[in-house]
Design a protein around this ligand. Structure first.
Ligand code: ADP
Ligand code: MG
Length: 632
């Protein structure tokens, strides 16, 4: 008995309808989805002339009964949906019964199909939707569908087709997406007689990804997964070291269906905040598996968009899965010595004794003594009446400012321990620094500080590896994280001599608009005339000499990023503050300071600078041995 039924007009009306056959790539997608729905284990797709002249899809799925071989080309003919109740939980790729009818209407079709277990198959030939031949035929179990001369009878549509090359590559990329979504099915694609790709179909997302996206992409991917009541997330996200200029390497699948989703894209990209350079995009292959009732696939005719019933739950699951993959990544970029030294994915460096996050945070946020290490922002001096916080007055009354300056200067006395330039402080307190950091090293003696090179890079030995650390980048990150962890209450450090900064009127306006944020971050700013501001206080640990450049940089960022949300603008400002407060390349740093940075990097706490650049690279003994030809 026939398995295909014709949907009633009522059910047909409930379906998101629309053109499905726009170009050869849409044919490939529909035919591949039919093969998946037929339970195929092996599928071969062959195309010629960009898919315009010839597309053949062969599968070893369930095949069709002779009576269905003709029926399947009718509109709303489907074996996957009976009535409207079925629409609420669709578990197949297709359900609309429209694809074959639409494809047949604009091409010449040959169908060979044999139901599993049947003795004989059926061959059907159609031209522009009309059956011209139908007869029993010997063929293997499964289905082969050949589509020739697409749009031969619709010259207007034909005109819109791009060159064969462009159509051909669109076919390949659609087929690749489909294949990537079904690791349990082996898909082979042959284009103009040459193998384009092949997936092994062993059910492993790793081998599927590797074979379809290539070694280079696969090597930059980090595994991610999460599982929560009826929702599983699995797949890979790219290492932040390997950002891309666009999103073409982002793949999302929902129950095996390739989907476009702003929600999932945002969830993944949010996880890279402050680890990926601005303007770079992560790669990812994310598989969602959830109950068929939790997602509505009937919202778009091409079924590439879906509607999740619980968007927040999905967002969180993907965000945290991606975040934990990124955070779990080994902290160092591997050095590439020469083309002959093949890049291999960094193995997990379990010989790094990692300091627990809490232990580290305690150490780092520890309140230092007055002469202690200057790596963490110091606590605020008790605010004096009329000074410090809450005193920013954006009042441009002429004449007020000059007098006010004098008063404010005496109200906010210079504090030696707060305004000593950081470098000087670090040298004066070298012993204290070494002592403090030495105790950290004792506790975690799994690295040896070799020294500082070029006043810029720290060289460290850890087991079988040499680490080169960019001290400024690493320290910048430590400060950035610490500032954020403090809930953005940053101590202000009064300047001995207030600094006047001349700025264009619109930038003064921007500072005014962001006055509250800047104040929290430790800036004490007052307007001064129409074209200047006076800086009386800067965030603790920043250099007085950096005060004006810092304000200029912040203005510049605020101006360029006028569209940023509050949180993003804050991060931009924090980047500037962290950068200025960090130890500088080109100036030597005391050993204690270096050790503190090394600890943060080796423990895995610090891996990327706030702009997303790696803070360290590693050089393994094996790599060195290879370079010196000790081993081959
Ligand atoms: P839909 O996939 O939405 O049901 P189609 O027009 O794509 O609609 O296909 C119509 C019907 O033809 C399917 O429901 C299925 O029963 C049958 N069919 C299509 N392709 C295959 C195939 N490769 N193997 C077995 N049956 C198929
Ligand atoms: Mg279909």
């Amino acid at each position: 008995m026939s398995e295909i039924n014709i949907l009633s007009p009522h059910v047909a009306d409930l379906i998101a309808a629309g053109e499905v056959v726009e170009r050869p790539a849409s044919v490939i997608k529909e035919l591949l989805e039919n093969a998946f729905d037929a339970g195929a284990s092996n599928i071969t797709v062959e195309l010629r002339g960009g898919g315009m002249t010839y597309i053949r899809v062969t599968d070893d799925g369930c095949g069709m009964l002779p009576e269905d071989a003709g029926l399947c080309f009718l509109r709303h003919a489907t074996s996957k949906l009976r009535d409207e109740r079925g629409l609420e939980s669709i578990g197949t790729m297709g359900f609309r019964g429209e694809a074959l009818a639409a494809i047949a209407a604009v091409s010449r079709i040959e169908l060979l199909t044999r139901k599993k277990g049947s003795d004989v198959g059926t061959r059907v030939v159609l031209e522009a939707g009309d059956i011209v031949e139908m007869a029993p035929h010997g063929c293997p179990e499964g289905t082969t569908l050949i589509v020739r001369d697409l749009f031969f009878n619709t010259p207007a549509r034909l005109k819109f087709m791009k060159a064969d090359r462009a159509e051909g590559s669109a076919c390949v990329s659609v087929a690749l997406r489909c294949a990537l979504g079904r690791p349990e099915v082996s898909v082979r694609l042959v284009k103009d007689g040459a193998d384009e790709f092949f997936s092994p179909g062993d059910g492993k997302i790793s081998s599927c990804t590797y074979s379809l996206l290539g070694r280079e992409t696969a090597m930059e991917l980090l595994e991610c997964s999460s599982n929560d009541e009826g929702l599983s997330v699995s797949g890979f996200v790219g290492s932040p070291k390997a950002g891309h200029g666009n999103r073409t390497k982002q793949f999302f699948f929902c129950n095996g269906r390739s989907i476009k989703s702003q929600l999932l894209q945002t969830a993944v990209e949010q996880a890279y905040k402050n680890t990926l350079l601005t303007g770079r995009y992560p790669s990812c292959v994310i598989y969602l598996a959830l109950g068929f009732g939790s997602v509505d696939v009937n919202v778009h005719p091409a079924k590439t968009e879906v509607k999740f019933r619980d968007e927040k739950k999905i967002f969180d699951a993907v965000y945290y899965a991606a975040l934990s993959a990124i955070e779990g990544e080994s902290g160092t970029a591997e050095i590439r010595l020469s083309p002959s030294t093949k890049a291999v994915a960094s193995p997990k460096k379990d010989f790094f004794r990692s300091m627990g996050a809490n232990e580290f945070r305690e150490k780092f946020a520890e309140t230092p003594k007055a002469d202690g290490p200057s790596f963490a922002p110091r606590p605020a001096a008790p605010s004096e009446p009329g000074s410090g916080r809450g005193t920013i007055v954006w009042n441009r009354t002429p004449g007020k400012t000059a007098g006010n300056t004098a008063v404010r200067e005496s109200e906010t006395p210079y504090r030696a321990e707060k305004t000593t330039p950081p470098e000087a402080l670090k040298n004066d307190t070298q012993t204290a620094l070494s002592e403090a950091a030495g105790s950290i090293e004792d506790a975690r003696a799994d690295f040896r500080l070799i020294g500082e090179a070029m006043k810029t890079y720290i060289i460290v030995e850890t087991g079988n590896e040499l680490l080169l650390i960019d001290k400024h980048a690493a320290h910048e990150r430590m400060i950035f994280d610490a500032l954020r962890a403090q809930g953005l209450k940053i101590m202000s450090q009064s300047l001995l001599v207030p600094v006047t900064v001349r700025l264009p009127a619109d930038e003064i306006e921007l500072l005014e608009q962001n006055a509250e944020t800047l104040e929290k971050l430790g800036f004490e700013i007052e307007p001064y005339g129409a074209d200047s501001v006076i800086l009386r206080g800067v965030p603790a640990d920043t250099d007085a000499a950096d005060a004006a450049p810092m304000i200029e940089e912040i203005c510049d960022k605020l101006r360029k990023n006028a569209s940023l949300s509050h949180g993003e603008a804050l991060d931009e400002i924090l980047h500037t503050v962290a950068c200025k407060a960090a130890v500088k390349a080109g100036r030597s740093t005391a050993e204690g300071g270096l050790l503190e940075i090394v600890n943060a990097v080796v423990s895995g706490k610090v891996r990327y600078c706030p702009h997303g650049r790696p803070v360290s690279i590693s050089l393994t003994k094996k790599q060195l041995d290879k370079e010196f030809s000790r081993i081959v």
